[in-house]
Write a protein that binds this ligand. Structure first.
Ligand code: PFF
Length: 440
């Protein structure tokens, strides 16, 4: 039995280094959410004011819940279903958070893996020089009109996941993230430098940062809150699972700061690349899910070395999607191994088969795509996050809880606790009420 298997059976295997953990957790956080989804929902919701609400949600809700999830994993060393049982010393209804996490993993993966397939397609098209041949405008439409090709690419992406997760993620993820995250960051900064040279740069910056609050609708607030959960991988136990491989003395606060910083910076830089391109080439910022797939190739087509850059960019985006997807699959696999006694290989194969099937309707129906996307980030993740905040704020043993933020000054410790107890439930509750009223 490998070390990986032991980690799921009570003997904890830990991350090799603190950096390794930070990059792996950042690898989960940074993904399609930052580079594909953030620009497109910002575009759809009118820009700057939405970005401000999103940043406020990250700080006021994301950071406190990230710390809570980290502590739940660190204090228990196990998957999100078992974690609550370990803390309560008995069967407990709080385990519902873990079960909801499993559901959320399937729902998210159903569309995430399809979009990752689009990225793979764009790696191939880029490498073949499609943009230089003038195909930038039609490529995305061709792809989404071809269901067979999308299913094939979705399958390839999932096959990659089976290989890595079945072997156990620790060796694979930690090493891969250590390399890929910094490279992605560098490449994005390079693209940012290019974007600053475009004539649409000023308008892009303005779109992203000039806040016109008349553009803020209740729907925009709901998507900002939902995206804060989605982008930080919160509310479904991914961060509980990853932090279960942390030693008891690891400082959770400083790791969280790094992860949130990287995640937010990468999303903003992606926006600063994509909107200037959109404005320069007269593309529609509110184009929806196809935004990066229509803007970026247009820019790459103009660039010397665009073929190489474009290939590299979509390749890294595929890797970013991959490290996030690993954490999604790992939540379900760890839970199945611990709670059903399945072998890791069997768990991984069955989970990935399930995800593959769940992705098929998404390929055929844009409505279904939208439904899965919104159901996960606007309902499942905020609800999971709300329950986590309530448990850590009100239910968890005080000594175990307070160890999370022991390194901070007293006022910050209090701030964290009362945010979990009152602010997060109030804000998330308010957003839910709004959803329900709108629905009715
Ligand atoms: N945070 C990932 C992204 O922004 O692409 C998506 C994600 C990964 C959500 C893992 C939830 C999760 F558990």
């Amino acid at each position: 039995m490998s070390a990986e298997d032991n980690s799921q059976k009570g003997q904890r295997v830990l991350w090799a280094s603190r950096m390794g953990f930070i990059f792996a957790a950042a690898g989960s956080a940074v993904g399609l959410g930052n580079i594909w989804k953030f620009p497109y929902i910002t575009g759809v919701n009118g820009g700057g004011a939405f970005v401000l609400v999103y940043l406020a949600c990250i700080l006021a809700i994301g950071v406190p819940i990230l710390l809570s999830e980290f502590r739940l994993g660190q204090a228990t060393g196990t998957d999100p279903i078992s974690a609550f049982r370990v803390l309560e010393g008995k069967k407990t209804r709080w385990s519902i958070v873990g079960y909801m996490g499993v559901l959320a993993a399937f729902v998210i993966m159903s569309f995430y893996s399809v979009v990752a397939g689009w990225c793979l397609d764009f790696v191939v098209r880029s490498a073949q020089g499609a943009w230089a041949a003038g195909e930038a405008g039609t490529a995305f439409g061709d792809l989404t009109g071809n269901s067979g090709r999308q299913i094939f690419l979705h399958l390839i992406f999932i096959a990659g996941l089976v290989i890595v997760v079945a072997r156990g993620v620790r060796e694979g993820i930690e090493k891969a993230s250590d390399v890929l995250m910094p490279v992605l960051l560098l490449l994005l900064v390079g693209m940012l430098l290019y974007a600053t040279q475009l004539k649409g740069f000023g308008r892009g910056v303005e779109f992203l940062f000039a806040a016109d609050f008349s553009k803020i609708s209740p729907t925009a607030i709901v998507s900002a809150l939902g995206h804060a959960f989605f982008t930080l991988s919160l509310g479904m136990g991914a961060m509980i699972t990853y932090s279960s491989y942390l030693p008891e003395d690891a400082n959770l606060v400083s790791s969280s700061v790094w992860i949130v910083f990287m995640d937010t910076a990468i999303a903003l830089v992606a926006g600063l690349v994509i909107f200037p391109i959109a404005f320069t080439f007269d593309l529609e910022p509110a184009a929806g899910p196809g935004l990066i797939f229509s803007t970026l190739p247009t820019a790459f087509a103009q660039l010397p070395g665009g073929t190489l850059l474009s290939t590299l960019f979509f390749l890294l985006l595929s890797f970013a999607a991959f490290t996030s997807a690993i954490s999604l699959v790992e939540v379900v696999v760890a839970s199945a191994v611990n709670n059903l006694g399945w072998q890791r290989k069997k768990a991984t194969s069955l989970v990935c088969l399930g995800i593959f099937l769940a992705g098929i309707p998404v390929v055929y129906s844009g409505t279904f795509f939208d439904l899965m996307d919104r159901f996960s980030s606007e309902y499942l993740l905020p609800l999971g996050g709300l329950l986590i905040a309530l448990y850590v704020g009100w239910g968890m043993d005080a000594d175990k809880r307070d160890a999370t933020v022991a390194s901070l000054p007293a006022w910050m410790q209090k701030g964290w606790l009362w945010t979990l107890r009152i602010v997060t439930p109030a804000l998330v509750g308010f957003v839910f009420l709004n959803q329900i009223f709108e629905f009715v």
